[in-house]
Ligand binder design. Structure first.
Ligand code: DAH
Length: 341
């Protein structure tokens, strides 16, 4: 049975194809579009005729109707593409293949990451392996197991970020010592770089989040001179063979004896300058011999095993190495700053 609507659609498709393949201007293409989709065009007219279609033909007709729409649209799109491609050639706007392409900017490592990578490389050459722990820690790992008294000021909620469940954002990388010792027997020789958090007011030398590198060495007969030689080798590798290391007595709950260690000033070679406040020395970090209480807490026998630990601030090293005067530069993600490294 013939179907007048389908016949009209087929005829219109043939007509549109002919007109569009001959079209030489946008106006001609537009006219075809109006004749088909416009308010007085083919489709609105056919819609009206639909109600005259015999019920048994409605389904096929509706389908033909729906399939035809994208066919017309494709004919129009192709015609437009053909015209646009042609116009570039006709007007002489050929694509100049000799023009340089747009360069992708290659990213680079953040100075903090670079310092961590370099420190880790130095310690790996000395036989240390990398360990890690979570930034969200237990009070036990961050304080208790590290022999920190209940009334120690660093536990104060004004200094440390606590969660409702009692856990905290680790204030130091030292809890990684506990995790490692609890999970293995001695000997231990690890470094643990990572992010730490303290409730400090940001200024040129303080940031609420910063990075440390922890070191831990446990074996038989380890002494403070082993610590000093490891730190001296580290100083030489990072800042050059002329750097001296000195240890000053200090206190940390998890080491006994505890020291702070300084490098001779890398700016003035120890002569005295504004960076070292004329002292000739730069404070680098804390260290010491692991307190027997810490060894007991993890189930190591302090009569058999001894060791040293150290922890240092990565930002401080980065600032010394790259002569950065304000720690906040490291966290602002300003490309003009970051692309200098
Ligand atoms: N965790 C200490 C801090 O954040 C640094 C430190 C000192 C780490 C002595 C150690 C250590 O491992 O033995 O101030």
């Amino acid at each position: 049975m013939s179907n007048p609507i389908i016949e009209k659609i087929d005829a219109a498709l043939i007509d549109a194809e002919q007109r569009l393949s001959a079209a030489a201007s946008e106006a001609e293409i537009e006219q075809v579009r109006v004749d088909i989709f416009g308010r007085k065009g083919l489709f609105p007219a056919l819609s009206k005729e639909m109600k005259n279609v015999a019920p048994e033909q409605r389904k096929d007709t509706g389908m033909a109707f729906n399939v035809a729409k994208p066919k017309f649209q494709k004919l129009l799109d192709d015609a437009n593409d053909r015209l646009n491609a042609g116009s570039a050639e006709v007007s002489g706007e050929e694509i100049d293949l000799t023009l340089p392409g747009r360069r992708w900017k290659v990213g680079r490592k953040h100075p903090v990451t670079k310092v961590i990578d370099d420190c880790v490389a130095v310690f790996r050459r000395m036989g240390f392996i990398v360990a890690s722990g979570p930034e969200l820690e237990t009070v036990y790992n961050n304080f208790d197991a590290l022999n920190t008294p209940k009334n120690h000021p660093s536990r104060d909620p004004g200094d440390t970020f606590y969660f409702a469940d009692g856990r905290l954002l680790r204030t130091q990388t030292s809890p990684v010592q506990i995790r490692v010792m609890e999970s293995q027997e001695p000997p231990v020789r690890i470094v643990a770089p990572g992010r730490c958090f303290r409730r400090d007011t940001p200024d040129a030398t303080h940031s609420m989040n910063f990075h440390q590198i922890e070191g831990l060495y446990i074996d038989e007969n380890v002494s403070l001179s082993d610590l000093k030689s490891v730190l001296r080798s580290f100083a030489h590798e990072m800042f050059g063979a002329s750097v001296e290391v000195r240890l000053r007595p200090h206190f940390f709950p998890f080491t006994e004896p505890s020291v702070e260690y300084d490098f001779s000033c890398i700016m003035c070679e120890g002569k005295g300058c504004p960076v070292c406040k004329n002292s000739g020395w730069l404070e680098i970090a804390g260290a010491g011999m692991v307190d027997p209480n810490v060894l007991k807490n993890v189930g190591y026998d302090p009569e058999k095993w001894s060791g040293f630990a150290f922890g240092m601030g990565v930002e401080r090293l980065a600032m010394l190495r790259y002569r950065i005067s304000d720690i906040r530069w490291l966290y602002e993600n300003d490309v003009r700053f970051l692309e200098q490294f």
